[in-house]
Design a protein around this ligand. Structure first.
Ligand code: PLP
Length: 442
């Protein structure tokens, strides 16, 4: 039974935890932004801070090219556009992700088609790809969810065998590796997010990456109103930075560029990312070992040959192994969240529903509402957008909690704080029958 739970009036095991807020803004980021302001060039397709960041980012993820975009969602749209995904195409994506994974194809006029995920990592299950194919399938967009690389070997092999392209949603996976390569540009193209909660958190922003020269050129056009902007080595007139350059559109493009302050801030953060990632991985490994000793607790899985950025730390539970079967996982999860929070931990759901469960998919698009979907495709969407077809993704969400939060992620925390998470979780787990009883009472 152990000590009394804080939720029942006992002392909070992690009451003294000092959580560090994210993102961490230090002198280097401030100086970098001030330098931009003093230079007076705040934007532009070839602006200096953006170019310096793009070069540094490309190097850090082993890509030939990188382009700063104003969000991860726009970086993914550039990735799809550069990979030749157009209106009417289908893009296969996992049923579990942030909704931007599904929005990016939609905003290009393409349709996301869901497949279920693997129970251990939450990543797209490659064994289900075949059944999701149609003659409109053009791309697969795996997500390296929580920062753990998807099975790119199997996914890229499948794509090659079927004439498809792979666009990586690496929004959460800065510096994660698959084999000996960082993720992002292992597929034809990829997109990262720089939104504040990410391991490289810079306000709002995104980065498109590729090793392919033509994909890079095309992404750069789409980023700039469909125009062939001056090549990146063309000198910028520092006194007239807003003048010059092409103004002729040959493609449908938008304005997806980032701005100079974000670029400078991001570059200063990027210099710190390898050390932060290594410390985060060490803490994640340590915490996983502690939690893995508890019966029925399943810490994050990182398959052999891959490293995770541990952007999110999702802990699954198996109520059978834990000896508390006679309760619904969902009710147990909710009671567990309440108990862990009472002990002083940051705990979130992150997503409360799988992607096909969002009303946009489950209710509206299947009826042809809210977005122009050809009527002939509605039966396919009714089938594919039925949430009941994705039991693994649903069970993952109902049978797990995410330790740490967007505001206080693992990457920001000290070893001492992570130690308190192990202590508090262990205490709560020793009382899991109490949690089960609370869950049953509702
Ligand atoms: C998996 C995933 N894809 C895409 C995005 C979109 O990134 P952004 O919010 O920068 O547009 C996010 C960000 O939350 C994400 O987690």
């Amino acid at each position: 039974m152990g000590e009394e739970l804080a939720v029942d009036g006992g002392a909070a095991a992690a009451g003294g935890a000092s959580h560090r807020l994210w993102p961490i803004v230090e002198a280097e980021e401030k100086a970098a932004v001030v330098e931009v302001l003093e230079r007076g060039i705040l934007s532009g397709s070839n602006a200096p801070a953006a170019q310096a960041f793009e070069e540094a980012f490309a190097t850090s993820v082993g890509a030939k090219h990188a382009l700063l975009a104003h969000s991860g969602t726009s970086a993914l749209q550039l990735g799809l556009a550069a990979a030749g995904v157009n209106a009417g195409d289908e893009v296969i994506i996992p049923a579990y992700s942030f909704v931007a994974t599904a929005m990016a194809p939609l905003l290009r006029g393409a349709l996301p088609i869901f497949v279920d995920v693997r129970p251990d990592t939450g990543n797209l299950d490659p064994s289900l790809l075949e059944a999701a194919l149609s003659d409109r399938t053009r791309a697969i967009m795996p997500v390296h969810v929580h920062g753990c690389p998807a099975d790119l070997e199997a996914i890229c092999a499948f794509a090659e065998a079927h004439g498809l392209v792979v666009v990586e949603d690496a929004a959460q996976a800065h510096l994660a590796t698959h084999g000996d390569r960082p993720v992002g540009a292992i597929g034809l193209t990829g997109g990262f997010s720089l939104q504040s909660s990410k391991n490289l958190g810079c306000g709002e922003g995104g980065v498109f990456v590729t090793n392919d020269d033509e994909a890079f050129r095309h992404a750069n056009r789409i980023r700039n109103f469909g125009q062939d902007v001056a090549p990146s080595d063309a000198p910028l007139d520092a006194h007239r930075p807003l003048d010059g350059g092409a103004m002729v559109s040959s493609f449908v493009g938008g304005m997806y560029r980032g701005n100079e302050m974000t670029a400078a801030f991001a570059r200063a953060q990027l210099a710190k990312l390898p050390a932060r990632t290594a410390a985060c991985q060490k803490n994640a490994g340590w915490l996983s070992d502690r939690l893995g000793e508890l019966p029925g607790v399943l810490p994050p899985v990182v398959p052999d040959g891959r490293t995770s950025a541990h952007h999110k730390f999702r802990v699954r539970f198996d109520l059978g192994q834990a000896g508390v079967e006679d309760v619904s996982p969902r009710a147990f999860r909710d009671a567990l969240v309440t108990a862990l929070r009472a002990e002083g931990l940051e705990v979130v759901y992150w997503q409360t529903d799988i992607l096909p469960g969002h009303p946009l998919f489950a209710e509206r698009l299947t009826r042809g509402e809210g977005w122009p979907v050809p009527e002939s495709l509605l039966p396919r969407l009714s089938q594919n957008y039925d949430p009941a077809r994705y039991p693994v993704a649903r069970d993952l969400l109902e049978g797990s909690v995410v330790l740490f939060s967007q505001s206080c992620p693992l990457i920001a925390q000290s070893r001492e704080t992570v130690g308190l998470y192990a202590e508090a979780f262990t205490k709560v787990w020793a009382n899991r029958e109490r949690i089960r009883d609370r869950a049953r009472r509702g």
